[in-house]
Design a protein around this ligand. Structure first.
Ligand code: C5P
Length: 224
């Protein structure tokens, strides 16, 4: 019975620290981790490989059904396999993020990915990170968190992350991309980015990773 498996959802805009916090919390709890954005990014990457037009909704929906997405958790870093190829690094690029955000606005794509996301709900528990984990995919989750941070801080975090990887970007460009992606994610008609009514909001501006992880973990006994 999947419904009895505990779920903690962590939603929020890009750069709010969801991925880092969710992975750390999942590790501390010994629970599984779902990076739902990776599914949308994987379809975006597959669409790029197939040279699909991001305005061609029909082709993108077919691509969603045809794309196999696998997660390899055996190493230090979660690796994502798209159609059997390791696409982990390509998935993190802003191009993949922008493609994901365009594709994620198509209702049939979201519907096609619903069951794939729910399949992650297995014992002993799941930490699910995304935009609509608490509102649409796991509305019955026992704990829901909505992380925010100022757009400037989110751009700055992304800048440092990419710089570390040797990717050349500008702060201005990143800030523009983040604001554009936020606007598209918040304004789309299906599953827009918004906190679930019963989500606990945590503003991570100026907070370190450990402090946020502790705040999230502190919620669990209270609402279990
Ligand atoms: O979280 P991440 O930045 O990897 O997500 C990439 C894009 O995928 C987001 O900008 C959003 O448009 C989409 N997405 C979504 N719903 C989710 C996760 C991601 O629409 N649950």
């Amino acid at each position: 019975m999947t419904a009895t498996v505990p779920v903690l959802t962590i939603d929020g805009p890009s750069g709010s620290g969801k991925g880092t916090i969710s992975r750390a919390v999942a590790q501390r709890l010994g629970w599984h981790y779902l990076d739902s954005g990776a599914l949308y990014r994987a379809v975006g990457v597959a669409a790029g490989w197939a040279d699909l037009d991001l305005d061609d909704a029909g082709a993108l929906v077919r691509c969603t059904f045809d794309t196999t997405i696998g997660f390899d958790e055996s190493g230090d870093e979660l690796r994502v396999l798209v159609n059997g190829h390791d696409a982990t690094d390509e998935l993190r690029t802003e191009t993949a993020g922008a493609a994901a955000s365009a594709i994620a606005a198509i209702p049939e794509v979201r519907a096609a990915l619903k069951d794939r996301q729910r399949a992650f709900r297995v014992e002993p528990g799941l930490v699910a990170d995304g935009r609509d984990m608490g509102t649409v995919i796991f509305p019955d989750a026992g704990w829901k968190v909505f992380l925010t941070a100022s757009a400037e801080e989110r751009a700055d975090r992304r800048y440092k992350q990419l710089k570390n990887k040797g990717v050349s970007v500008t702060m201005d460009g990143l800030l523009r991309e983040i604001l554009a992606r936020d606007a598209r994610d918040a304004n789309r008609s299906v599953a827009p980015l918004r906190p679930a009514e019963d989500a606990v909001r945590i503003d991570t501006t100026g907070l370190g990773i450990d402090a946020v992880v502790e705040r999230v973990l502190a919620l669990l006994p209270a609402r279990g």
